[in-house]
Design a protein around this ligand. Structure first.
Ligand code: UT7
Length: 323
């Protein structure tokens, strides 16, 4: 018998305000055509005034609980990936714990920027395999609209707000790749690339700061590192690209998604794409895409799903899941 962390439910939440590319034409020297052709993004959601990351996360969590037919106190732990927490502390995860009415267990945040959800999934998997928790709510939630420089057309048109949540539950498998659940994980980081993607505020400046990115450099690393981590994760599980039903990539740029799929040898008909509607929602992008993929009846029970992401750090990784 092999212990597995199996997906029990998934859900998402998007703030109601939708901002089309054309809106940026009013304040910046940009165009819908440029944004669409360089990134694939057509629109994104922005949180309302006073709506916080933990609000979005709690709404996504309640949707996932409802899909799983579970209540908040059926959950043992919350692992929340974000780099836009409401406050420096406490964690957004403990705020979600309160907001969904969970009165036991434990909750903490994981910070690996856009790769946050694969890091959170890997942590949750380890909690389940080591017996420290049986049901874990894994959330990716962000309000990147709070850390934008609205005068920088190279970044502010790319990001959006949102949240997605997944419930993992321990189950006994047979130890083969036919088992449902997380089959392998692959995490990486390299701190020498801090300067190409970071927020220029924090305790060192006593400000929140805004996002700074050398897009072309990040693009270059993304194309090189994403296919490699997905490939490593598949190899660890004893699987190959041909076995994959769905690639669910971090949704930063359609051109990165396409070239990663090509490098992996997976056709775009087997890739879940939401970047056109959500923009880059950082750690929320993969759980949002998973939830949309399930709602659209693309991802079905038994499908082999590979998620991969890269972000500030640089940090990158992949997770292989039998849905
Ligand atoms: O989620 C974390 C990881 N982040 C990413 O994966 C993002 C990775 N990077 C990218 O997605 C792309 O590099 C961008 C979408 C950010 C930029 O696309 P690009 O094809 O690399 O364009 P570029 O930065 O080389 O800019 C090309 C031109 C420049 O003008 P010049 O220097 O050629 O005259 C920019 O100034 O496009 C200009 N430009 C814009 N033009 C209109 C940059 N932003 C805009 C804009 N509208 N919003």
């Amino acid at each position: 018998m092999t212990r597995r962390a199996v997906v029990r439910g998934v859900g998402h939440y998007l703030p109601s305000r939708v901002v089309e590319n054309a809106e940026f034409e009013k304040s910046l020297e940009t165009s819908d055509a440029w944004i669409k052709s360089r990134s694939g993004i057509e629109r994104r959601h922005f949180a309302a005034d006073g709506e916080t990351t933990s609000d979005l996360a709690a709404a996504a969590a309640l949707n996932a609980l409802s899909m799983a037919g579970l209540e908040a106190n059926d959950i043992d732990a919350i692992v929340l990936a974000t780099s836009t927490s409401d406050l420096t502390f406490p964690s957004a995860a403990t705020m979600v714990q309160r907001k969904i009415g969970m009165t036991k267990g434990f909750a903490f945040d994981v910070q690996a920027v856009c790769a946050g959800f694969v890091f959170a999934l890997t942590n949750a998997n380890a909690l389940i395999l080591s017996g420290q928790a049986n049901r874990v709510l894994v959330i990716g939630a962000e309000t990147f609209s709070r850390i934008m420089d609205w005068t920088d057309r190279g970044t502010c048109v790319l990001f959006g707000d949102g949240a997605g949540a997944l419930i993992l539950e321990g189950a006994e498998g047979t130890g083969t790749t036919d088992d449902r659940g997380i089959l392998s994980t692959d995490l990486n980081s390299d701190g020498q690339y801090q300067d190409i993607l970071y927020v220029d505020g924090g305790t060192s400046t006593q400000t929140t700061g805004v996002l700074r990115m050398e897009g072309k450099e990040v693009f270059r690393h993304a194309v090189e590192k994403l296919a490699a981590t997905a490939h490593h994760a598949l190899e660890k599980a004893g699987l190959a690209a041909d076995d994959v039903d769905w690639v669910v990539p971090h949704q930063a740029n359609i051109r990165i998604i396409q070239s990663t799929a090509k490098k992996l040898g997976v056709g775009m008909d087997r890739v879940v794409v939401t970047v056109q509607d959500h923009g880059n929602t950082s750690a929320a992008s993969i759980p949002l895409a998973l939830s949309v993929g399930v709602a659209n009846e693309q991802i079905k029970q038994g499908d082999l799903v590979v998620t991969e992401a890269i972000g500030g750090g640089l940090a990158w990784g992949a997770v292989v899941i039998r849905w």
